[in-house]
Design a protein around this ligand. Structure first.
Ligand SMILES: [Zn+2]
Length: 277
């Protein structure tokens, strides 16, 4: 089951599956819970030594968004006439599109640009694009990786609703709808439509998008370091029931450095991060 909740913002009547919301996130062993709260709420466990410090030595408190400011899943959708949850926070870096949350057919980010990174093809295709902030961060990530002797290539970024429609139809015809649904998205449900995702690959896996990429030096480095540049590995191993997708070590999702750091530290998915406590 993919967890998630939806409230009809106007009618205030939860849709059927909203009741099945996933609560395990805050229903864990105490020690782990404390650690998570510390990260999420920016409330470090008090250290007796620190409390003795002079007030002047205290770090200046930085205005940072706290957990209570996050765009919670249930508060960022409305339900359409045909019962579909439609995502509302379209330009939010923490936007979530998944099998329960649909992007409008006509949604296209307005700030799409092509990052200056290597691609394994020459054509100037829309799939080279990402939203500007994500593209600039991807350039930095690729530069650092290159300096470390890693060979990353960007394979697929922005994808329009119509392109996703064609891809899903093709996969369903080739593999059957059930398998197609696990490996590709229905139109409106692909994160690639947000312009915040990029599939990356390397020569070691013949520029393919394959699970084996996770075992390459490039894949391992990304898993350990992508968060420093604002990216998360969106579809984690062992989290298939939550994301609705198989493990995809190649699919990078931009959320910004602050959130990527927290999500990485917690080892959770974007859905879990945005589940209202
Ligand atoms: Zn992808």
């Amino acid at each position: 089951m993919i967890f998630g909740t939806v409230l009809i913002l106007s009618g205030c009547k939860p849709v059927d599956w909203a009741e099945k919301q996933w609560n395990a996130f805050f229903n864990v062993e105490t020690a782990q819970e404390e650690k998570w709260k510390e990260i999420l709420y920016d409330q470090p466990t008090p250290n007796p030594d620190e409390s003795k410090e002079e007030p002047s030595k205290e770090k200046p408190s930085k205005e940072e968004p706290t957990q209570k400011d996050l765009p919670w899943l249930e508060e960022t959708v409305t339900v359409s006439a045909d019962g579909k949850a439609v995502v509302q926070n379209l330009d939010d870096l923490l936007i979530v599109a998944n099998k329960e949350r649909n992007l409008p057919k006509d949604y296209e980010p307005t700030d799409l640009v092509t990052p200056d990174v290597p691609f394994p093809f020459k054509e100037d295709l829309p799939k080279k694009k990402m939203r500007k902030e994500a593209a600039l961060s991807l350039e930095v990530l690729f530069k650092v990786a290159e300096d470390k002797g890693l060979e990353l290539l960007a394979q697929s970024g922005y994808r329009s609703y119509d392109t996703q429609d064609s891809i899903f139809a093709f996969n369903a015809e080739q593999k059957g709808e059930e398998i197609a649904n696990k490996t590709s998205s229905k139109p409106g449900q692909s994160e690639h439509q947000t312009g915040l995702s990029m599939d990356v690959t390397s020569p070691e896996v013949n520029y393919e998008l394959t699970e084996a990429f996770g075992d390459t030096k490039e894949g391992k480095w990304l898993a350990e370091n992508a968060h420093k540049y604002g990216f998360i590995i969106r579809y984690l191993k062992g989290k298939e029931d939550i994301t609705g997708y198989n493990y995809e070590p190649w699919h990078l999702r931009y959320v910004g450095v602050e959130h990527a750091n927290k999500i990485h530290q917690l080892g959770i998915t974007l859905e879990e991060y945005l589940q209202k406590p």
